[in-house]
Design a protein around this ligand. Structure first.
Ligand SMILES: NC(=O)c1ccc[n+]([C@@H]2O[C@H](COP(=O)([O-])OP(=O)(O)OC[C@H]3O[C@@H](n4cnc5c(N)ncnc54)[C@H](OP(=O)(O)O)[C@@H]3O)[C@@H](O)[C@H]2O)c1
Length: 281
């Protein structure tokens, strides 16, 4: 029985992955902020006869303290973790800072993913074929640039730019992982599912929310179909420590968006920034 930790496992793509793997006989730990969504997942798991293999942990991953506490809890309860899916995300229409004073998109989409991988790496290394699947925007829109002089967008926050910056930063997290752990048995997969029919547009303002919801219904991939390539990658991980996919198409992880110097620089910034949360504890 494999053990999967799925952040964002209570909704959208993460929930569909959770239910698929529960049907396969795996153990799933789903992470989200809403206990109601967690209960709904557990009720569905019970209907599948998998109630004893499904747990929900409520954690706010936009907090470095919350992320570290979660990693510690998971390490204690699950010394061996086979799969880590990084799927927690929420679109931030306006600039917000977390209680630790960190811009929320950056905190949730970038910093917490970095910290969770650091915190769970040893548990993953103990698994026979460990995989990290980072659900992100790899190989996507070229608008994604790192605002090195203002990573938290204090000046002129734009939701789309913050999201796209996060997507590029996640590419660099993969590069940094492969550079720091070249002999790791963990396979780090950057995976862009493209346009999937989920609740991703819920935080959008009207009328945009309504428009995107209609478009997602018409043109978005249904979650049950969107997860198929992901489950295949989990079942049969790629050869290389780092790989990237846009659905089934390989992304060149040696391309200009995957610069090792930038990756090193980002990780140094994240290590520094994560101290900010610790100082405020
Ligand atoms: N859908 C697409 O078209 C698309 C396209 C490209 C990439 N992706 C990527 O795929 C991933 C999943 O997307 P989705 O559309 O399936 O998302 P979704 O349906 O909106 O679900 C988001 C999940 O993240 C959790 N979450 C949000 N904020 C959190 C926080 N602060 N702490 C912990 N958990 C939190 C939510 O749980 P709570 O509500 O309980 O907090 C929920 O389970 C994301 O990383 C996204 O960037 C999606």
């Amino acid at each position: 029985m494999r053990t999967l930790v799925i952040t964002g496992g209570t909704d959208g793509i993460g929930r569909a992955l959770a239910l698929h793997h529960l049907r396969q006989g795996d153990r799933v730990i789903a992470i989200g902020t809403s206990p109601a969504k967690g209960q709904s997942l557990r009720a569905e798991a019970a209907r599948l006869g998998a109630g004893d293999r499904c747990s929900f942990v409520a954690a706010d991953l936009s907090s470095t303290t919350g992320t570290r506490a979660l990693a510690q809890q998971l390490r204690e309860q699950h010394p061996v973790i086979d799969v880590l899916v990084l799927g927690a995300f929420r679109y931030q229409m306006t600039r917000q800072e977390t209680g630790e004073g960190i811009e929320r998109t950056f905190a949730l989409y970038v910093l917490s993913r970095f910290l969770l991988v650091e915190g769970l790496r040893e548990a993953l290394e103990r698994a026979p074929r460990p995989v990290i699947v980072n659900l992100c925007g790899t190989g996507g829109i070229k608008a994604g640039v790192l605002h090195w002089d203002d990573l938290q967008q204090r000046e002129g926050y734009r939701a789309f730019a913050a999201t796209m910056q996060g997507a590029r930063a996640n590419d660099l997290l993969g590069v940094a992982f492969a550079a720091e752990h070249p002999d790791s048995r963990i396979r780090y997969v950057l995976y862009n599912p493209m346009f999937v029919n989920t609740g991703l547009a819920d935080p959008f303002r009207q009328p945009l929310r309504g428009v995107v919801k209609v478009l997602a219904k018409l043109f978005g991939t249904p979650v049950t179909r969107a997860i198929r390539p992901i489950t295949e990658l989990i079942g049969s991980p790629p050869e290389a420590v780092l790989s990237g996919y846009r659905v089934r198409r390989r992304v060149d992880v040696a391309g200009p968006a995957f610069d090792p110097t930038d990756a090193h620089r980002l990780v140094a910034e994240l290590r520094e920034l994560s101290k900010q949360g610790t100082r405020r504890e």
